[in-house]
Design a protein around this ligand. Structure first.
Ligand code: PEP
Ligand code: MG
Length: 561
């Protein structure tokens, strides 16, 4: 039995065989041509059979998968047999390229053509590049890249997962995620929480566990144990036998009746419907990037307003907080952000892009206002990455000009937390983005696994800045203007209690987290939440803060959180 520790980012205790994510397929050498003895005809046939095998494999997986994963696999299977792709590759083979190089370059060309077409076709470019990697793997006789396939449920081990991997991750097959890289705010962590899968990230050594080895994963303790013993088996059995959490009844409250609206973070109309079905009291963060990412141009006014309206319509008479475009750093956007910046996280991103590219934000606000005018939702708008009161005032002016009545800001930068009072003179509310606030407070890139200990929202410095924001709001207005939290911290039930104890008014999270947060909050009085906040803020490390608060909330264990 050997164990590896990392950061536990999504609760749950399970046992299953590990499957390692195969490494990415390296680009075939451009300097190696078709060997003199090889026949172009025979190689063309070999290429065709490899493409057919890839297609058959993808089709078989699609048949066994469900939901989004099945759709993505079906679309990719279609691409694998695309005649245009195979024709271009055959031409390149005839021109002397090696078989692997021919399909590689042909796919490059097809992807470029699809991108130039824009819209839906541009989105298919990624499928073509996925197909080429699979065909090259087939030609080489090595495992296909991406999430491995298996008949039995397994624990997926990887360096880290990319957003593109998430589409083919079938939650019916994958029972836990363990990664060597990533941090509490990484894509792997966010995905695991959204799917309700136990996960441990920043667990150095998990990529060396041979595929097939049985492991125990504890997503609360951050533990991965190879060849588990009796203790781990009974812990996993107890987890499996736990009662299901009661569904969220649509009213977030403490045990003594302090109302804490529990809202949801959503990315599109479909997500909004799912959030409404899960009982969300509204939307606390609509990430509007979904409308813009993978685009070469700004989406039209009509396209934007239709997309926003789809979200608003899921929440009639409820609050929907729209965050204006947050491009840059981990969300680059070719027409708006500069990829050559030396430090993109500290660069022209979020609200700051308005200065470099005036007009995009104003047009977005007009589209939001138009959609709001045609729906019954109570629409609030907020700008990401605000660092000073002058920026908040400028944003409020733009909102007013667009006819939007409730402007606010995200508090994601320490300067905004420290000057929340002045900022709230200019706008009506603040929503704390703990993912970025943690990154900037700790000066630690949220995407880097080795910094996971720092990029933890339990860091007392981060909690102190949340307190400063709440205090700033209270010092300027009576009653204080609302301060919510919409970062991942709100989805951690124990940390959610701390946030309520710090005086945060509302919490916004992925829809799946609502039931756990609501169930725990209901067992805690406001006084107990304040005590949890005191314990956490005065702790000397994130680890101690979390341990002390968890020890003080015994209901966590009973609820399986
Ligand atoms: C945050 O930074 O906490 C946040 C909610 O925004 P995002 O994760 O989209 O940067
Ligand atoms: Mg952010």
């Amino acid at each position: 039995m050997s164990s590896i520790t990392g950061a536990g980012v999504s609760p749950g205790r399970v046992i299953g065989p590990v499957l390692q994510m195969p490494p990415a397929v390296p680009e075939p050498d451009a300097g190696v041509g078709l060997p003199a003895e090889a026949s172009v005809e025979a190689e063309t046939e070999r290429l065709k059979s490899a493409a057919k095998a890839v297609q058959a494999g993808l089709k078989a997986r699609a048949a066994n998968a469900s939901g989004d994963a099945a759709e993505v696999l079906k679309a990719t299977a279609l691409m694998a047999a695309d005649p245009m792709l195979l024709k271009s590759a055959a031409k390149l083979l005839a021109a002397g390229r090696s078989t692997e190089r021919a399909i590689w370059e042909a796919a490059e060309q097809v992807a470029a053509q699809l991108k130039a077409l824009g819209g839906y076709m541009a989105e298919r470019a990624a499928d073509v590049l996925d197909v080429r990697a699979r065909v090259v793997a087939e030609l080489r006789g090595v495992p296909a890249p991406g999430i491995p396939d298996s008949d039995v449920p397994f624990v997926l081990a990887a360096d880290d997962l990319a957003p593109a991997d998430t589409a083919t991750l079938d939650p019916a097959k994958v029972i836990a995620l363990v990664t060597a890289g990533g941090g509490p705010q990484s894509h792997t962590a966010i995905l695991a929480r959204a799917l309700g899968l136990p996960a441990v990230v920043a667990a150095e050594g998990v990529t060396s566990i041979p595929s097939g080895t049985e492991v125990f994963v504890d997503g609360s303790a951050g533990l991965v144990v190879a060849e588990p013993g009796e203790t781990e088996r009974s812990a996993a059995a107890a987890w499996a036998a736990r009662g299901a959490l009661p569904a969220f009844d649509g009213t977030g409250t403490t045990a003594d009746g302090q109302l804490v609206p529990l809202l949801s973070n959503v990315g599109d109309g479909e997500g909004a419907l799912a959030a409404a079905a899960a009982g969300a009291e509204g939307v606390g963060l609509l990430r509007t990037e979904f409308c813009f990412l993978n685009r070469d141009e700004e989406p039209s006014f009509e396209e934007q307003s239709a997309a926003y309206k789809a979200v608003f319509d899921a929440f009639p008479a409820k609050k929907v907080v729209v965050r204006t475009l947050d491009a840059g750093a981990d969300k680059p956007l070719p027409f708006l952000t500069d990829a050559t910046e030396p430090n993109p996280a500290l660069g022209v991103r979020g609200y700051r892009t308005d200065k470099a590219h005036p007009g995009v934000l104003e047009r977005q606000l007009q589209a939001i206002a138009a959609a709001a005018g045609q729906s019954k939702a109570e629409v609030w708008v907020m700008a990401p990455m605000i660092s000073a009161a002058s920026e908040a005032a400028h944003f409020a002016g733009l909102c007013e000009a667009a006819g939007l009545k409730t402007p606010g800001v995200m508090v994601e930068v320490p300067s905004a937390a420290l000057t929340a009072g002045a900022i709230l003179e200019a706008v009506d509310f603040a929503s704390i983005g703990t993912n970025d606030l943690t990154q900037y407070t700790m000066a630690a890139d949220r995407q880097l696994g080795p910094l996971a200990e720092l990029t933890d929202p339990w860091q007392p410095a981060v909690l102190q800045l949340i307190k400063a924001t709440v205090d700033g709001a209270a010092a300027t207005h009576q009653p204080p203007k609302p301060v919510g939290v919409c970062g991942e911290a709100a989805a951690d039930p124990a940390l959610a209690v701390v946030l309520v104890g710090l005086g945060v008014n509302s919490l916004s999270m992925n829809a799946r987290a609502l039931s756990g947060v609501a169930a725990l909050l209901k067992t805690v009085t406001l006084e107990q939440a304040k005590e949890a906040a005191r314990l956490a803020v005065t702790a000397d490390s994130a680890e101690t803060a979390k341990a002390k608060v968890r020890a003080n909330l015994p209901m966590l264990e009973t609820l399986g959180l």
